[in-house]
Design a protein around this ligand. Sequence first.
Ligand SMILES: NC(=O)c1ccc[n+]([C@@H]2O[C@H](COP(=O)([O-])OP(=O)(O)OC[C@H]3O[C@@H](n4cnc5c(N)ncnc54)[C@H](OP(=O)(O)O)[C@@H]3O)[C@@H](O)[C@H]2O)c1
Length: 261
Amino acid sequence: MHTVLLIGTGRLAFHLGHALRRAKVELAGVAGRDAGKTEELAGSLGCAALRLTDALPRADLRMLAVSDDAIAPVAEGLPSDDTPIVHASGSKSLELLNGHAHRGVLWPIQSFSPGAPIDFSAVPVVVDASDAHTLALLQALAGRLSSTVVHLPFAKRQRLHLSAVITSNFPVFLLREAERLLVDHGIDPGLVHPLWTSSTEKALLNADQAVTGPARRGDVKTIEQQLRLLADEPELRRAYAALSELILHTYHPETRDQQDL
Ligand SMILES: NC(=O)c1ccc[n+]([C@@H]2O[C@H](COP(=O)([O-])OP(=O)(O)OC[C@H]3O[C@@H](n4cnc5c(N)ncnc54)[C@H](OP(=O)(O)O)[C@@H]3O)[C@@H](O)[C@H]2O)c1
């Protein structure tokens, strides 16, 4: 049985905290810089609410669930004893935790948003550590949370994080923009939702075959027509042109020498 001290009160802390609780991992407490948020999260997890400035209780592991930029300063403010200290960022190295003897990362490959706690067992978790003892601890802990745990060194984790951003953040933001274009013109945004659902289902079977649309077909005149519709939206127009060029050049390599859209 591991005891975990959770540091941070944001989206990851909420979902990870509930997953730890469900896996019957003892929480030594939640430590945050905002008293209200800390008490709210600790209350929902049934553990002690602590201030980051307090003397924090001992635990088998200190889990930093703070913004990427806060990892190093928060870690520097904690005692550098033998307790492993772990961050949750896919894109940050263990060096941020230098000064601590046992360093690790536990990165769940998931997009966590406010709302009900999600089923963590289906979320792949990447772990890495500075030493065999911390790695074994993290593998055991992650194994209680998820059915998929992989050990990846930093270079591969960074690449996976890049892939995760392209997989999730970009398409979700593009759906937001697609909906906005419809709402701005009084059209029901729900009309594109079945398209989104069927596209993601097809893409998981074979992403290459699932790519359709004017750029896949090489219909440059249709692309130019749509770019004209985006004349008042220069940034979205640029993104549309860049993505269309990427698709065109992938499926119609002869267009590589042609003028940019
Ligand atoms: N959300 C995701 O989808 C996701 C997925 C996988 C991994 N992660 C990783 O999880 C970590 C946390 O991300 P998140 O999404 O939970 O972020 P978040 O919801 O924005 O929460 C960030 C937390 O960090 C605290 N914080 C920020 N600056 C601080 C400072 N200087 N000192 C002390 N505490 C500070 C915030 O406190 P206040 O509330 O007081 O500002 C808040 O508790 C990041 O490393 C991120 O890469 C996130």
